[in-house]
Design a protein around this ligand. Structure first.
Ligand code: ADP
Ligand code: MG
Length: 318
């Protein structure tokens, strides 16, 4: 059993014994103003005191009770069948791999100066590339040395990450937030092949929480305190937590989940996202720290700087 599992188990035991749970530093640290990343669509930087921002208490669902022990050694391993054409970050080389590396570097630079571990990936409307960027960013971060990454599908209405990873869709976040499952019961990781082939870099250190079985209570669930608890409990044991989300201009789920995260990365799709849509997404997330925009699916991304662009993965796999 790794030290991570031991430490998590100890934290839960301490909690069960009445010792205060370790708090996520992001919940208490005052956030500093970040330099906006260079972006093509818009930049938005919010300086907020997160101690002043908390999700509304949902009295109908209790915070995980004493005895809700976390022991990551119980995480289920499944044979994943990743859809490689959708996961260019798994490739050895190519334009998209480089672009995701560049995005990863930018996140690491942010982190050198600010508290940044949990990142919600969002956008105003559907089909802008939230899930594509979330899963590929998570893989890119997990490829980096000591990159222990937790990827969460926070789009409980239309979860798709399990399809891209070729993983079971549940139980997942829906079941955890509704109190039906424990945290470790909704986590999964890929099973090494029986033939002894090593897992591709990027998957080996990835832990995944799928969206779970779709619920018409997604808005209520996303606003309850269990998500904060999830982030707080998982944070000490992962280097990064990446959370996919639903479109914030249409539903409030992403805004609710963002409150528990250190920062929000917004996606705008080249040639598709209207400026007003991007602007409104920033306004919806005014209570959170918006790190900046990723301009996704542009035809001719610049070699460096300027903005982040991801060429179509078809080109990469040619
Ligand atoms: N950079 C890209 N290049 C090619 N296809 C992309 C790119 N980004 C997203 N897509 C595709 O566009 C569709 C919508 O992307 P998705 O990530 O599911 O959007 P969202 O999560 O915002 O609804 C998917 O079929 C996805 O594979
Ligand atoms: Mg999506």
């Amino acid at each position: 059993m790794s030290k991570i599992y031991e430490a998590l188990r100890q934290a839960e035991l301490d909690r069960a014994n009445g010792i205060a749970a370790e708090t996520n530093p992001a919940q208490s640290a005052k956030t500093a103003v970040l330099d906006a990343p260079q972006v093509a669509v818009a930049s938005a930087v919010a300086s907020i005191d997160k101690t002043a921002v908390s999700a509304d208490e949902d009295t109908s669902i209790a915070i995980a009770p004493i005895g809700d022990l976390i022991d990551l050694s119980n995480i289920v391993e499944y044979t994943w069948t990743p859809v490689l054409s959708q996961l260019p970050a798994l490739e050895q080389r190519g334009v998209a791999v480089e672009q995701f590396r560049s995005l990863r570097s930018r996140m690491q630079e942010f982190r050198d100066l600010n508290t940044l571990k949990s990142i919600l990936v969002s956008s105003g409307m559907p089909q802008e590339g939230k899930s594509f960027v979330a899963v590929n960013l998570a893989i890119s971060l997990a490829r980096h040395k000591s990159g222990r990454v937790l990827l969460i599908d926070g789009d409980m209405r239309r979860s798709t990450l399990h399809k891209l990873l070729g993983a079971p869709e549940g139980p997942g976040l829906t079941e955890y937030l509704s109190g039906k499952s424990l945290l470790t019961e909704v986590m999964q990781r890929p099973k090494p092949s029986e033939a002894g082939h090593p897992l591709p870099p990027g998957l080996a250190s990835l832990v995944f929480i799928p969206g779970g079985h779709a619920s018409d209570k997604a808005a209520d669930l996303s606003g309850n305190r269990r998500f904060e608890r999830l982030i707080a409990d998982a944070s000490p044991h992962f280097d990064w937590i990446i959370v996919d989300s639903s479109p914030v201009n249409l539903v409030s789920d992403g805004v609710n989940l963002a409150r528990a995260c250190d920062g929000v990365l917004l996606i705008a799709r080249g040639g598709t996202t209207k400026f007003e849509v991007a602007q409104r997404a920033v306004a919806e997330l005014k209570a959170s720290k918006v790190l900046g925009f990723v301009l996704n699916a542009v035809q001719n991304p610049p070699a460096t700087g300027g903005y982040y662009g991801y060429d179509g993965y078809d080109k990469v796999t040619e």
